[in-house]
Design a protein around this ligand. Structure first.
Ligand code: ADP
Ligand code: GLC
Length: 486
């Protein structure tokens, strides 16, 4: 291949600012923009969920026919716009019966939708049909997580005529969710029953969409280097470790970046006062704002520890629950923003009734997430596993020192404080134990109170770190070119 500029189809089930449940949306909103800036033609495709306002989008004149095997052909509408402040086109597959619901993947009680297999097989196929409708011939189709993992197999089977020269990249953002369904889904995918075998889709007599994608993608990426290794072990492989080991030659780890237009205290309109590393006085204003917002005592010199994230086991909420009362016995303030497992929502609500130095917001709030990043002194992220993790990187940008477990992207992005050499930008622990978490928190609080100069130096080092999407985009382009034989 001699041409320099590539045609790329980027498919994701959530994209900032249109729909988001986690970091996948941040990545899907930022990476295509960075790839476009490198001079490539990239289009993004996502479902048109109920809460995405059609009035702000442009409808394409033609309806889109999507073959659904034994279910027949379904007709969708397609809407389009560009990613904010860019020329990057994004297309929305509009099919009321599948996506006109309040949740992306589950109902308001946390139950996964029963037809998630059909919903995302439909979406995956629709994204390929859309390319045909637009006369867009991708050199690369880049899919993300289980929702669109089947695309690499689709372009080698059902869609092979139109995508004969297209190569595929599958990014695993989280191996825990694999898309495991009843095997009858094969007849909807139309990939052929020969792929129902233990090297492709088959798993416990059902289909595993992510497994099939890993088999057939030309390259598989994960969102940090360490996670690329971890998923080949029993501890982090969620049962796919042997399968992933068998494909290790095509697995790459590329660290996510930060969209510094969004997450940057010197331009952030959502925080009480902007600041930067040369003048951090605004950070104190942000701290007071958080204390005011959450009804915490207004004290400048008590360490404020923030948490923002899904209340899921992955995020170490079990460990936080185990140590929270001992933590609150110290002279600290803690704020948590999150939603998820009901036991955790109930447990932390209970704690917030009894402890005056603890505050909680159950729900999803982008504005509060920014305020907590800016107003906290430290950011708590004790994940059991973390493919990349974005909040700890955002924390660095806000001079909010991360307290993390050394796993996946947390280990790749945070340098542990070294008192002797005066290096580091956060506090790390290794064992996933309550004790290790507790003692690391105690250590961080001790540095805050008794070694304030070192603490401030660490904040400056943290704010000097840079995790640009341009570097990540270049690494993806290298992989695209490699699999295209360039
Ligand atoms: P994950 O994708 O596993 O949830 P990441 O750290 O990669 O973890 O990304 C989480 C993203 O979702 C971050 O942008 C974070 O700010 C955001 N987020 C998570 N929970 C909430 C919440 N309750 N309110 C606002 N933003 C949230
Ligand atoms: C996943 C992971 C998280 C990662 C995000 C974006 O949801 O849990 O670690 O940062 O995807 O890649």
């Amino acid at each position: 291949m001699s041409k320099k500029s590539l045609n790329i189809l980027f498919v994701a089930s959530e994209v900032v600012p249109f729909a988001k449940t986690g970091g996948l949306a941040d990545v899907a909103g930022a990476l295509p923009k960075a790839i476009k800036e490198l001079g490539h033609n990239i289009i993004v495709v996502m479902p048109r969920y109920y809460k995405i306002d059609k009035a702000k989008l442009t409808k394409l004149p033609e309806p889109l026919g999507v073959p659904m095997g034994i279910m027949g052909e379904f007709w969708a509408a397609v809407y389009t716009t560009t990613l904010p402040n860019t020329q990057t086109p994004i297309y929305f597959i509009d099919y009321e019966e599948y996506f006109g619901r309040s949740g992306l993947y589950e109902d308001e009680y946390g139950n996964s939708y029963e037809d998630n297999d059909n919903r995302f097989i439909f979406f995956s196929k629709a994204s390929l049909q859309l390319c045909k409708m637009l006369n867009f011939t991708p050199d690369i189709v880049h899919s993300n997580d289980w929702h669109t993992a089947i695309i690499p197999l689709l372009i080698k089977t059902k869609f092979v005529h139109d995508f004969a020269f297209t190569k595929s990249v599958l990014t695993i953002h989280n191996l825990q969710h694999q898309g495991h369904f009843f095997k009858g889904a094969i007849d909807v995918m139309e990939v052929g029953w020969e792929y129902f075998n233990s090297h492709d889709l088959e798993s416990h007599d059902g289909v595993n969409l992510l497994k099939g994608g890993i088999s057939r993608a030309d390259a598989v990426t994960t969102v940090s280097k360490k996670y690329a290794h971890e998923i080949q072990t029993q501890e982090f492989g969620f049962g796919l470790e042997h399968h992933i080991q068998a494909h290790a030659h095509k697995i790459y780890g590329i660290l996510n970046g930060v969209d510094y237009d969004e997450w940057n205290p010197s331009v952030d309109n959502l925080i009480a006062k902007k600041y930067d590393r040369d003048d951090m006085s605004g950070k104190l204003v942000c701290k007071r704002d958080i204390q005011q917002h959450f009804g915490l005592e207004k004290k400048d010199n008590v360490p404020l520890i923030g948490f923002v994230g899904r209340f899921a086991e992955q995020k170490g909420i079990g460990m936080i629950a185990a140590i929270i009362n001992s933590l609150l016995d110290m002279d600290v303030q803690v704020v948590m923003l999150g939603t998820g497992e009901k036991w955790a929502e109930g447990f932390f609500s209970e704690v917030s009734y009894h402890r005056s130095n603890f505050a909680l917001h159950i729900g999803y709030s982008d504005a509060l997430a920014h305020k907590i990043e800016a107003g906290s002194d430290m950011f708590l992220m004790p994940s059991l596993f973390e493919p990349c993790g974005l909040n700890q990187i955002y924390s660095l940008a806000y001079g909010t020192l991360p307290i993390v477990r050394a796993t996946g992207g947390l280990d790749d992005t945070i340098h542990n404080y070294d008192e002797f050499h005066q290096t580091g930008d956060g506090f790390k622990f290794y064992e996933s134990s309550n004790d290790a978490l507790y003692h690391t928190l105690k250590w961080a609080i001790d540095v805050y109170y008794n070694n304030k100069d070192s603490f401030i130096d660490m904040q400056k080092r943290a704010m000097n770190e840079h995790f640009g999407w341009d570097d990540a985009a270049r690494s993806y382009i290298d992989i695209y070119k490699k699999i295209l034989g360039n």
